[in-house]
Write a protein that binds this ligand. Structure first.
Ligand SMILES: NC(=O)c1ccc[n+]([C@@H]2O[C@H](COP(=O)([O-])OP(=O)(O)OC[C@H]3O[C@@H](n4cnc5c(N)ncnc54)[C@H](O)[C@@H]3O)[C@@H](O)[C@H]2O)c1
Length: 400
């Protein structure tokens, strides 16, 4: 098997794949469409980050791809449905930078409460502004988390360890961590907390969901953070609330439009306002997160190729599979198919016709695709031919 890793993916990924027996080629940059199509000839597994686009044309012309690893969080750069239709499993790293985002949020809450950016900038200008006015401890303060998913719930745990009282609101019914208090509505949270931090996901319905009405409901002189998605907040309204003093400070890491490249110019209505911390979408950008992304995604690619495991795949039905018992003797058939009634019965009747003994079998479906994995004691070539010839078959792999 051959793997191509683009965009300077962490070396952990290369070593995991090499250990699993892959021949690995690495490149530092992203490739455009024609270059990528060329580079993918003879490649089984490709690893990319956010700058390489895997379009329907790339998938059509790439030939023999088995899996794609997105060594990042987002997968917008990949034609996921097309990949699924061609039986190409895609994996990403949804949790690898959770802790990094949480730590930045905590640092920013303390920095805003102590007005650190103002003190820092005064002293750099030679002004010794030693005074305690407007500087606060965070101990005992009420933190309001909007969106209690991977990041929100981990922030809840770390914030409690620092003595904050945690309140949260989530549209889903989430388990409260530690002593965190669930609010029944966003309004209840806004009226209670002194620091509001957004960690909602990027679903379309969240566009502009936090604006003038929500800022007005926040307690006077509270702090506001957004490290989720830029388009969920009305930043003009945040600016007005900062200038009027209703909001005492803000930390913003994500923006509705962000420069594509490092060094490009950037503009925001929040620039130049005191006690406002602006960061260039670096919440999850740490060396530790990159290392974990390399480990996590390479592990998923290896497990898919070696065992057929699709756990946490973003486009195929999920199956968690153990290594085949009695390795070396039997074989594992992974059969990705169009999800129509009777496919499992057909697979099993083909195996029965050829006298194949089934040792174990698992099935799962996702939208238009079904995935059945069957461990067998022996497998004649004729059975493989018949399974491959089924009109519903998208991809058949024999492992072992
Ligand atoms: N700044 C960064 O560098 C960085 C890094 C990683 C993730 N993120 C962003 O952080 C956000 C959270 O990531 P996550 O991994 O915790 O996601 P997640 O999917 O685990 O959690 C999101 C939570 O928000 C809830 N939610 C969605 N809409 C809501 C609404 N309108 N009101 C209340 N709750 C709502 C969901 O039910 C879910 O529990 C995402 O938008 C992600 O893109 C940013």
């Amino acid at each position: 098997m051959k793997a191509l890793l683009l965009e300077s993916i962490h070396p952990f990924a290369e070593s995991i794949l090499r250990e699993a027996g892959f021949e690995v080629e690495t490149r530092t940059g992203a490739l455009d469409e024609p270059e990528l199509i060329d580079a993918l000839q003879g490649v089984d597994v490709v690893g990319i980050r956010s700058k390489t686009e895997i379009t329907p044309t790339v998938l059509e012309k790439a030939g023999g791809l088995t899996a794609i690893g997105a060594f990042c969080i987002g997968t917008n750069q990949i034609a996921l449905d097309d990949a699924a239709t061609r039986g190409i499993a895609t994996f990403n790293a949804p949790f690898s930078n959770t802790r990094s985002v949480v730590e930045l949020a905590i640092a920013e809450i303390i920095a805003m409460a102590r007005r650190l950016t103002e003190k820092d900038s005064s002293l750099h200008k030679g002004v010794w502004d030693k005074n305690s006015k407007g500087s606060h401890e965070i101990r005992g303060r009420k933190l309001g988390i909007v969106g209690y998913g991977n990041i929100g719930s981990q922030l809840s745990v770390v914030a409690e360890m620092l003595g904050l009282q945690v309140y949260f609101y989530d549209t889903d019914d989430k388990l409260a961590m530690g002593n965190a208090h669930r609010c029944g509505s966003l309004d209840e949270l806004l009226e209670t907390a002194e620091v509001i931090t957004l960690h909602v996901d990027g679903r379309a319905g969240n566009a502009g969901f936090f604006g003038a009405e929500q800022f007005a409901k926040m307690r006077p002189r509270s702090l506001f953070l957004n490290l989720s998605r830029g388009f969920v907040v009305d930043y003009d309204s945040l600016r007005e609330n900062l200038l009027s003093g209703h909001i005492a400070g803000a930390a913003v890491d994500v923006f509705p439009t962000e420069p594509k490249k490092r060094g490009e110019a950037f503009e925001s209505p929040l620039q130049g306002i005191p006690n406002v911390i602006l960061t260039p979408h670096v919440g999850g950008s740490t060396e530790e997160a990159q290392e974990d992304i390399g480990r996590f995604v390479a592990g998923k690619l290896r497990d898919y190729v070696e065992r057929g495991t699709t756990t946490l795949s973003v486009n195929l039905p999920s199956l968690t599979l153990e290594e085949r018992a009695g390795a070396g003797e039997g074989r594992r058939i992974t059969h990705l198919h169009r999800n129509t009634p009777g496919v499992l019965a057909k697979v099993n009747s083909i195996l029965a016709e050829h006298g194949v003994n089934i040792e174990g079998q698992l099935l799962n479906t996702r939208g238009e695709n079904g995935y059945v994995v069957t461990d067998v004691a022996q497998l004649p070539d004729a059975a493989i031919t018949d399974l491959r010839a089924m009109p519903e078959t998208i991809q058949l792999r024999i492992i072992g």
